[in-house]
Design a binder for this molecule. Structure first.
Ligand code: ZN
Length: 149
Protein backbone atom coordinates (compact mmCIF):
# COMPACT_ATOMS: atom_id res chain seq x y z
CA UNK A 1 0.00 0.00 0.00
CA UNK A 2 2.99 2.32 0.22
CA UNK A 3 2.72 2.97 -3.52
CA UNK A 4 -0.79 4.36 -3.35
CA UNK A 5 -2.98 1.30 -3.86
CA UNK A 6 -6.22 1.81 -1.91
CA UNK A 7 -7.92 -1.05 -0.07
CA UNK A 8 -11.73 -1.24 -0.07
CA UNK A 9 -13.67 0.94 2.33
CA UNK A 10 -11.12 3.74 2.84
CA UNK A 11 -12.56 7.18 3.57
CA UNK A 12 -11.04 10.67 3.52
CA UNK A 13 -10.40 10.32 7.27
CA UNK A 14 -8.18 7.20 6.96
CA UNK A 15 -4.88 9.03 7.08
CA UNK A 16 -2.85 5.94 7.94
CA UNK A 17 -3.28 5.03 4.25
CA UNK A 18 -0.53 6.64 2.11
CA UNK A 19 -3.00 7.38 -0.71
CA UNK A 20 -4.85 9.63 1.76
CA UNK A 21 -1.96 10.81 3.96
CA UNK A 22 0.11 11.99 0.98
CA UNK A 23 -2.62 14.17 -0.49
CA UNK A 24 -1.95 17.91 -0.60
CA UNK A 25 -2.81 19.23 2.91
CA UNK A 26 -5.17 21.87 1.53
CA UNK A 27 -7.07 19.31 -0.53
CA UNK A 28 -7.30 16.93 2.42
CA UNK A 29 -8.56 19.71 4.72
CA UNK A 30 -11.26 20.64 2.21
CA UNK A 31 -12.28 16.99 1.88
CA UNK A 32 -12.57 16.69 5.67
CA UNK A 33 -14.71 19.82 5.91
CA UNK A 34 -16.99 18.70 3.09
CA UNK A 35 -17.25 15.18 4.48
CA UNK A 36 -18.29 16.53 7.90
CA UNK A 37 -20.91 18.71 6.23
CA UNK A 38 -22.24 15.75 4.23
CA UNK A 39 -22.32 13.32 7.17
CA UNK A 40 -25.73 14.46 8.51
CA UNK A 41 -27.16 13.56 5.08
CA UNK A 42 -25.81 10.05 5.60
CA UNK A 43 -23.16 10.55 2.91
CA UNK A 44 -19.63 9.18 3.40
CA UNK A 45 -16.67 10.11 1.18
CA UNK A 46 -14.85 6.97 0.12
CA UNK A 47 -11.45 7.26 -1.56
CA UNK A 48 -11.13 5.03 -4.61
CA UNK A 49 -7.78 6.59 -5.47
CA UNK A 50 -5.71 9.46 -4.09
CA UNK A 51 -1.98 10.00 -4.07
CA UNK A 52 -0.14 7.50 -6.31
CA UNK A 53 3.56 6.72 -6.61
CA UNK A 54 5.03 7.25 -10.11
CA UNK A 55 5.47 3.45 -10.37
CA UNK A 56 1.83 2.81 -9.57
CA UNK A 57 0.75 5.48 -12.07
CA UNK A 58 2.89 3.81 -14.76
CA UNK A 59 1.27 0.48 -13.95
CA UNK A 60 -2.23 2.00 -14.26
CA UNK A 61 -1.28 3.56 -17.59
CA UNK A 62 0.01 0.25 -18.95
CA UNK A 63 -3.21 -1.44 -17.84
CA UNK A 64 -5.24 1.28 -19.57
CA UNK A 65 -3.28 0.86 -22.81
CA UNK A 66 -4.09 -2.86 -22.72
CA UNK A 67 -7.74 -2.20 -21.91
CA UNK A 68 -8.36 0.58 -24.44
CA UNK A 69 -6.07 -0.75 -27.15
CA UNK A 70 -3.95 2.34 -27.77
CA UNK A 71 -1.99 5.02 -25.94
CA UNK A 72 -4.17 7.74 -27.45
CA UNK A 73 -7.37 6.17 -26.14
CA UNK A 74 -5.81 5.39 -22.75
CA UNK A 75 -4.79 9.05 -22.43
CA UNK A 76 -8.49 9.99 -22.17
CA UNK A 77 -8.57 8.18 -18.82
CA UNK A 78 -5.10 7.80 -17.33
CA UNK A 79 -2.24 10.32 -17.30
CA UNK A 80 1.48 9.62 -17.26
CA UNK A 81 3.46 9.69 -14.03
CA UNK A 82 4.95 13.03 -15.13
CA UNK A 83 1.58 14.71 -15.60
CA UNK A 84 -0.90 13.00 -13.29
CA UNK A 85 -2.26 15.24 -10.53
CA UNK A 86 -2.62 12.04 -8.49
CA UNK A 87 1.17 11.60 -8.37
CA UNK A 88 1.59 15.13 -7.01
CA UNK A 89 -1.15 14.52 -4.42
CA UNK A 90 -3.47 17.10 -5.96
CA UNK A 91 -6.34 14.82 -7.02
CA UNK A 92 -8.71 12.35 -5.44
CA UNK A 93 -11.21 9.90 -6.92
CA UNK A 94 -14.28 9.83 -4.67
CA UNK A 95 -16.98 7.19 -4.29
CA UNK A 96 -19.76 6.25 -3.93
CA UNK A 97 -22.25 7.94 -6.26
CA UNK A 98 -24.09 9.62 -3.36
CA UNK A 99 -20.80 11.33 -2.43
CA UNK A 100 -20.06 12.51 -5.97
CA UNK A 101 -23.65 13.73 -6.29
CA UNK A 102 -23.25 15.66 -3.02
CA UNK A 103 -19.95 17.14 -4.21
CA UNK A 104 -21.41 18.14 -7.58
CA UNK A 105 -23.95 20.24 -5.66
CA UNK A 106 -21.88 21.52 -2.71
CA UNK A 107 -18.20 20.88 -3.49
CA UNK A 108 -17.47 24.37 -4.85
CA UNK A 109 -18.26 25.86 -1.42
CA UNK A 110 -15.20 23.96 -0.16
CA UNK A 111 -13.07 24.60 -3.25
CA UNK A 112 -13.62 21.04 -4.45
CA UNK A 113 -14.13 20.89 -8.20
CA UNK A 114 -14.78 18.20 -10.79
CA UNK A 115 -12.18 18.80 -13.50
CA UNK A 116 -13.12 16.39 -16.31
CA UNK A 117 -16.64 15.83 -17.66
CA UNK A 118 -15.87 12.14 -18.26
CA UNK A 119 -14.67 11.58 -14.67
CA UNK A 120 -17.46 12.58 -12.24
CA UNK A 121 -15.44 11.02 -9.39
CA UNK A 122 -12.19 13.01 -9.91
CA UNK A 123 -11.90 16.09 -7.68
CA UNK A 124 -9.17 18.68 -7.19
CA UNK A 125 -8.84 21.80 -5.04
CA UNK A 126 -9.56 25.14 -6.71
CA UNK A 127 -9.24 27.50 -3.76
CA UNK A 128 -11.17 30.40 -5.31
CA UNK A 129 -14.14 28.22 -6.30
CA UNK A 130 -16.01 29.23 -3.13
CA UNK A 131 -16.13 32.79 -4.50
CA UNK A 132 -16.18 32.29 -8.24
CA UNK A 133 -17.46 28.77 -8.71
CA UNK A 134 -15.53 25.97 -10.31
CA UNK A 135 -13.76 26.51 -13.65
CA UNK A 136 -15.33 25.10 -16.80
CA UNK A 137 -14.66 21.37 -17.06
CA UNK A 138 -12.47 19.79 -19.70
CA UNK A 139 -14.23 17.12 -21.76
CA UNK A 140 -11.52 14.67 -20.75
CA UNK A 141 -7.84 14.80 -19.66
CA UNK A 142 -6.55 15.11 -23.24
CA UNK A 143 -8.08 18.66 -23.27
CA UNK A 144 -6.15 19.63 -20.11
CA UNK A 145 -3.08 21.79 -20.89
CA UNK A 146 -1.29 20.19 -17.92
CA UNK A 147 -1.29 16.89 -19.85
CA UNK A 148 0.64 18.38 -22.80
CA UNK A 149 4.08 17.84 -21.33
ZN1 ZN B 1 -8.57 10.87 -10.76
Amino acid sequence: MTDGVVPDGVTVFDDAIPAVANLDPGLLKALHQAARAAAPDGVEFYVNSGWRSPEYQDQLLQEAVSKYGSEDEAARWVATAATSPHVSGDAVDIGHSDATTWLSEHGAEYGLCQIYRNEPWHYELRADASDRGCPRMYADPTQDPRMQK
